[in-house]
Design a protein around this ligand. Structure first.
Ligand SMILES: [Zn+2]
Length: 441
């Protein structure tokens, strides 16, 4: 069977390890079949289709391990003043004006645009958390159809919460279980995951129920955790202990737990994360936006925690997210050596895949999925293997991504997202945003 040879200037096979010059890959079906020097691959597979990519870096596609695709609708929303703190961000702004206003047409418009935007910027896998209490049932089915049209590897979830009512909470859990069961039956590129909001919008019973439903289906259970000081303060006041100590006491901490944010952590909470193999996602830019603080990511990485990066639906250009993670901790710790570029690239690819529980995703090695991107390597200064990660993290943006493949299929060619009318998508986002913003005014 003929495959496709992709022959770049640089190959990042395993993120974090030294890139290889004049090495490429062979793609067969949806998988990486072989890796070798460009010359050896040409000689060994003379019948294969050849994609010559000089002046390009071939890398695993990005894994956006935490996004809210509907978030695009809030970009630029008119507010008289920015919210005064994290609680006000949720209670005065995000809940009433964004989440509660979402309907299926808005979700469809935002998902469609978000998928095209992610592909354009080299993201091939993502985890989306939909928070829309009045758009269920079947909001996830609306998203699924669109993600499948774009051919992305998407994990979708509905953020179940008892914030509106107990009944609405149960409807949210059912939204997830029905969806997970359906996706497991189909075993395509779209999968489901269990998700609830936080310890301050969900009861103890509800949290246990969510974890048990997730465990029954062999999927992770996700929640937002200590995104600002509000949640640990709430937990101390109501449970006499901090958030992760509370979860630990409930008996739900473990490798099946995906905790996003984890900004405000005590030493004990950091130890619980490491000891219980809790997976974490880090959103450096949105943490700034909501005044949440700076997450102790270098400490978590040093403790061997499985960690990925996410855009949180805020600034979705993954190069910007990487730069945030690259820079913010250096400033915070007064140490330019923390979070080197090669570690950032790892978190943005294989690290994120592991945090999401994806297998054989995030590395270009035989047997791993063919989720990859070609990035323009025409840098302003001489570039070799020793400085490639720094050049990429600091001096590239999403418009430098040229070609993107997901599961062996090209989805972006020469910077154009295939089968996507971006103008029409943007018009639908405008229409949806205008409807949402009318309620805000
Ligand atoms: Zn989030």
């Amino acid at each position: 069977m003929n495959g496709t040879l992709i022959l770049p200037q640089f190959l990042i096979q395993k993120s974090g390890q030294t890139p290889k010059e004049d090495w490429g890959v062979r793609v067969l079906g949806g998988r990486i079949d072989a890796v070798g020097s460009n010359q050896a691959l040409r000689e060994q597979y003379p019948e294969d289709k050849i994609v010559d990519a000089p002046n390009s870096v071939l890398s695993p596609g990005f894994v956006n391990a935490h996004v809210h695709l509907y978030g695009v609708l809030a970009h630029g929303i008119p507010l008289t003043n920015a919210p005064s703190d994290f609680w006000a961000f949720l209670d005065d702004f995000w809940w009433p004006l964004v989440e509660n206003a979402l309907d299926s047409k808005m979700i469809a418009a935002a998902t469609d645009f978000g998928c095209a935007e992610m592909l354009r910027g080299g993201t091939t896998s993502f985890y989306d958390c939909l928070e829309a209490p009045f758009a269920i049932p079947d909001a996830l089915l609306v998203q699924k159809e669109i993600v499948e049209k774009h051919g992305l590897r998407g994990t979708l979830s509905f953020e179940a919460t008892e914030r509106v009512s107990k009944e609405n909470g149960q409807l949210g859990l059912q939204e997830n279980t029905k969806f997970i069961d359906l996706c497991q039956k189909e075993s395509g590129l779209v999968q489901g995951l269990m998700c609830f909001h936080t310890s301050f919008t969900c009861s103890e019973e509800f949290i246990r129920q969510a974890f048990s439903l997730g465990a029954d289906r062999g999927v992770l259970t996700h929640m937002h955790c200590n995104e600002g000081v509000h949640e640990p303060e709430y937990a101390l006041k109501h449970f006499g202990k901090r958030t992760l100590e509370y979860y630990d006491e409930l008996g739900v901490t473990g490798a099946g737990m995906l905790a996003s944010q984890c900004v405000q952590l005590s030493e004990r909470e950091r130890a619980i994360i490491a000891e219980k193999n809790i997976k974490v996602t880090h959103m450096p830019l949105s943490n700034c936006e909501v005044g949440g603080g700076i997450a102790p990511v270098p400490e978590l990485v040093a403790n061997g925690v499985t960690l990925g990066l996410g855009s949180d639906g805020y600034i979705n250009d993954f190069f910007e997210v990487m730069r945030g993670a690259f820079l913010i901790h250096k400033a915070n710790q007064l140490d330019p050596q923390v979070m080197p570029a090669k570690n950032i690239w790892y978190l943005a690819t294989e690290g994120g895949a592991r945090a999401m529980g994806l297998k054989n995703v995030g590395r270009l090695a035989p047997g791993w999925v063919a989720d990859l991107q070609l990035i323009d390597a025409a840098f302003n200064t001489p570039t070799k293997a020793h400085n490639l990660y720094d050049q990429l993290v600091l001096w590239r943006n999403q418009h430098h991504v040229k070609n993107v493949m997901v599961n062996g299929k090209w989805r972006v060619r020469n910077g154009i997202v295939l089968d996507a009318d971006l103008g029409a998508m943007r018009a639908r986002v405008h229409e949806s945003a205008e409807r949402m913003w009318r309620k805000a005014q």
